[in-house]
Design a protein around this ligand. Sequence first.
Ligand code: KIV
Length: 276
Amino acid sequence: MYVHNASTPDRKPVTVPGLRAMKAEGRRIVMLTAYDASFAFQLESAGVDVALVGDSLGMVVQGHASTLPVTLDHMVYHTAAVARGLRSTLLVADLPFMSDRDTAHALEAGARLVGEAGAAMVKIEGAAPHVLEAIGALVARAIPVCAHLGLTPQSVHKFGGFRIQGREQEAADRVLAEARAVEAAGADLIVLEGMPTTLAQRITEAVSIPTVGIGAGPHCDGQVLVLHDLLGVTPGKRPKFSKDFLLGRDSVAAAIGAFADDVRRGVFPAPEHCFN
Ligand code: KIV
């Protein structure tokens, strides 16, 4: 069992219904990726609401050029490690590439991530018919689902790169329709990635479930970043939508705390982190 620092203040566990309450009350959701127990403990200590074991681990931990090589076994391993570092932070784990190829595989993946590894919710990309069916099947078995729309990294080849989605009117209307569809299918949360601020705002106002943005502007119900981007340790150029919160601060704890604070105060993302 991971040993928690006795000085960590107790707080009520963040729950799936609690996220809806946060949207209703206008309290912004702070979400951050984690891939191991030690950093998970940093998120827990900083009062981050949601820890996401993203398949971004394929890029920032494993060094691949995309998330596609990540397997379900990798996701289970990292999710179980993160679960050991958390106490009250809600744990969400990604369904990796092709683990949602049909409903039976999606259920198997959901069962392992929740039952074996300790996640409270699974995240699935897109809104294709088989994805909507999988969302319904997971939710019917009491596995809450976070949808993921816009720049969905598992579609990198279809998009021709990591490109902003929904810039044209027709494409924007399509993403809005997808948001309505995943809500109707039973999703409890939506990650909106890489889209114009105005589109994310339209979606956030149109659905009753919370939205969490990354490169989607300030009007979402919450914000998420990849931990390595926030700490400025991702190799290469910093993505426009992210910010190095360690710059000018002397600890990981201070950087994560500053991110949480800036999200809750509505000062991150700033205009320079947004797409119009
Ligand atoms: O895999 C991941 O880290 C993600 C976030 C970028 C939302 O999906």
